[in-house]
Design a protein around this ligand. Sequence first.
Ligand code: F6R
Length: 243
Amino acid sequence: AEVIIVKDQDEAGEIYARCVADLIKTKPDCVLGLATGSSPLAGYRHLAKIVHDEHINVSSVRGFALDEYAGLDPEHPESYRSVITRTVVEPIGLTPDLVHVPNGNLDTIREAGHEYDAAIEAAGGVDLQILGIGTDGHIGFNEPGSSLASGTRIKTLTEQTRIDNARFFDGDVDKVPTHCITQGIGTIMKARHLVLMAFGDGKAEAVAETVEGGVSSLCPASALQLHPHATVIVDEAAASRLR
Ligand code: F6R
């Protein structure tokens, strides 16, 4: 992967936003792969600003989110459907019907994964996928041990991830769903360009494993080494364990 070391999250966000804006100008109906979590937020903010300042028409841009909690009402403020609406669709002005989030409804979750992968394929594939990374090297909700060839499917959240995400559920880990539906690593790898962002020393070990470790399902993000166009944008702290 190509590694870019930046001053801070804001600078990383500018790079991402410029890259997306250029993509939209050349391909107005491009397909964006979207992540939740804190790492991409500055990127979404900068993109919203560029789109408004430069009057870029985003009405045909399509999007596919990485993941969603299982069995959580999509109207819940912390569902990834709500988070994507609040942080991406509304500020950037995307057409809501063109932005998809995996369906975590328990009644249909067994088929939902295949349907989601088919929808991505029917859209022509993802042009640019933004990714955050977990301290354990997860991408999407693909925790260590996930098959590197996996498609979108239901997964069990690890105890650590539920503890990490309790901050969004009144600090109460019991309120965090136990399962999710996530794009697989194989799904993510089909995107034409991957941009992974990581900030802070808590991510340093995972970044080093991802970029310089062996390719292994024990660090799901290490699959990026097999991708022909992967960009890793990190601050000094997250880069500190690179050789
Ligand atoms: C988000 C996602 C996760 C996060 C990762 C990092 O849709 O799938 O893999 O990208 O947990 O989260 P932050 O950016 O909050 O550190």
